[in-house]
Design a protein around this ligand. Sequence first.
Ligand SMILES: C[S@@+](CC[C@H](N)C(=O)[O-])C[C@H]1O[C@@H](n2cnc3c(N)ncnc32)[C@H](O)[C@@H]1O
Length: 231
Amino acid sequence: MDKPREDYNDKQVVSEIMARCFIPTLVTSISWEAFHFAGHEIRITEAMDCYGAVVWPSALVLCYFLETNAKQYNMVDKNVIEIGAGTGLVSIVASLLGARVTATDLPELLGNLQYNIFRNTKMKCKHLPQVKELSWGVALDRNFPRASNSFDYVLAADVVYAHPFLEELLLTFDHLCKETTIVLWAMKFRLEKENKFVDRFKELFDLEEISSFPSLNIKLYKAMKKNRRSA
Ligand SMILES: C[S@@+](CC[C@H](N)C(=O)[O-])C[C@H]1O[C@@H](n2cnc3c(N)ncnc32)[C@H](O)[C@@H]1O
């Protein structure tokens, strides 16, 4: 970031972030929302039946960060994985910015995720993004063998909330990261139980708060594995 976070005018930046979302007033049989990032209109189809079926504000914060910090966090030709990708907005923006993206989520989310990703990246991206199942903590060695993981970035938006897989989530972050991998993680603060996750996370990762948006209760973190030899 160019400016220290104290200089951030929370309200001003948050209204700029939220202005990237357009909700059509005309109600049609297909519901979608439009977002403006990386020079493109991105149309996201949502569903109402699960957490991953809508775009959460943390995703907007992370997309805005990626777009406005594209020099410092250059996505071009980088290997990027998103966990808990939901509707896919963050993965789409990373792809539009030039990354080689793998978007992941639970199996039941993959149909809509694939649809949104294909619709918004086809003929627009240098590297066609992949969509893969990744249930936190499940079959990690088989599906994402440590030896072949070479992610430059792990992206995550709003993956910490009242679900029973927080330990598996931590395991997954750890599994996907090598010494030089950068985690960019937008976290919505809700209840104490979930907030304790940050303390657990800090046992394995060096964590740096890179922005904070008090009016949204969202913080953006950068993290790298502890005890790395070089970074
Ligand atoms: C609050 S939503 C956030 C979605 C998206 N990142 C966003 O910010 O719009 C949480 C996401 O985590 C996914 N998720 C929840 N539990 C999971 C698990 N055990 N393994 C993998 N993904 C999971 C959900 O399917 C959902 O897409």
